[in-house]
Design a protein around this ligand. Structure first.
Ligand SMILES: *Cc1c(COP(=O)(O)O)cnc(C)c1O
Length: 365
């Protein structure tokens, strides 16, 4: 291995995704030996006092950022958001109960299909007939009275839609897959029964799933479910029933610190609105680019758009990559372009993309 000067491109990948550069630099600086510890974070025991401090600080910072109260646990799990598709119904859906699912994209659909393995699922709203290009309005939701919970996906990573605010779903605990927008803006997590997110989009590296769950909901699970898949076990053992993803939790903690340094979630929202606004303005400026999400459902995190032909779309992705703009190809299931501009994505990268778009249109439009 040799050392080469580092050149970072603008990384528009949907996930694993860009991380804050100061976080990467700190992790790199301290990788061989944590200050005052003399060992790498990769080498320490998950039961050491050092790691206790890392985990406690990460949780405390997450609580400060979100305003999460003591009646919710913070759990650091593995298995990705996809494992939550199963854990949520295993823990929260009683045999004689029914769970509402609002289906706004393929992740939401996968969550609903998985839940059907464990109990009764009612799709209480879906925008599939509109190719998931929008989220439902409040009068399209038909919550089941006394549902065990209502599940929704706050940001639809693939189609580029996002709920402008979390909807009212009646009395059922709201369960939110926030994998691609958690901490992009303030969130009323105290109002939710459970919020989960795979960390690799907006929170940290792959390998960590963050769950915020109301204490009483962890007590619902039947005895029969596997130990490792019970929220109550993770809660009781401080996310260390077995070895947790130590490095991913450490890096998540650095991202929480960075978010606090950046001014917290309101400041993040202002910055994210500015970034997305500049990009959507560029898309709307002429008819050459076409946004795929309905204006009222547009995502702050994943900006999706099309060009006049698939040939031009391919050329766009290739030329953009050559210009240092990486990862702009849309998800294979929908095609087109997708610019993922999570918290850590720099504003300069959005400017660079807009400049590139203007020039590409001048040449090819
Ligand atoms: C990426 C994603 C998932 C799947 O995440 P994994 O951690 O890979 O299981 C689920 N839901 C949403 C909204 C996502 O963006």
């Amino acid at each position: 291995m040799s050392s080469t000067p580092t050149h970072r491109v603008f990384n528009f990948s949907a996930g694993p995704a860009v991380l804050p550069e100061p976080v990467l630099q700190e992790a790199q600086r301290d990788l061989v030996a944590l200050p005052g510890v003399g060992m790498s974070i990769l080498e320490i025991s998950h039961r050491s006092a050092v790691f206790d401090g890392v985990l406690e600080r990460a949780e405390a910072d997450l609580r400060t950022l979100t305003g999460l109260g003591d009646d919710h646990h913070v759990l650091f799990l593995q298995g990705g958001a996809s494992q939550q598709f199963a854990m949520v119904p295993m823990n929260l859906l009683p045999a004689d109960g029914v769970a509402d699912y609002i289906v706004t994209g393929s992740w939401a659909k996968k969550a609903a299909v998985e839940a059907e393995k464990f109990g009764r699922v009612n799709v209480c709203a879906t925008t599939e007939a509109d190719a998931f290009t929008r989220v439902p309005s409040s009068d399209e939701l038909h919550p089941t009275p006394s549902a065990a919970y209502a599940h929704l996906t706050s940001n639809n990573t693939i189609v580029g839609t996002q709920w402008p605010t979390l909807p009212e779903v009646g009395d059922a605990p709201l369960v939110v897959d926030a994998s691609s927008d958690l901490l992009c803006r303030p969130i009323d997590a105290n109002r939710c029964g459970l919020v989960y997110a795979g960390a690799q989009k907006n929170l940290g590296p792959a390998g960590l799933t963050v769950v915020m769950v109301r204490n009483d909901l962890t007590e619902r699970a039947p005895e029969s479910i596997p130990t490792m898949l019970r929220y109550a076990v993770a809660a009781k053992h401080g996310s260390r029933y077995n070895t947790p993803p130590v490095f991913a939790i450490y890096l998540f903690g650095l991202v929480m610190r960075w978010l606090r340094d950046m001014g917290g979630l309101s400041a993040m929202e202002t910055r994210n609105r500015r970034k997305a606004g500049v990009l959507y303005d560029a898309i709307d400026r002429t008819g050459f680019y076409r946004g795929t999400a309905h204006p009222g459902s547009r995502s702050l995190m994943n900006v999706t758009f099309r060009l006049p032909s698939e040939a031009l779309e391919q050329q766009f992705v290739t030329e953009a990559a050559a210009a240092g703009l990486s990862g702009l190809k849309g998800h294979r299931s929908v095609g087109g372009q997708r610019a993922s501009i999570y918290n850590a994505f720099p504003e300069a990268g959005v400017t660079a993309l807009v400049d590139f778009m203007v020039e590409f249109e001048r040449v090819h439009g």
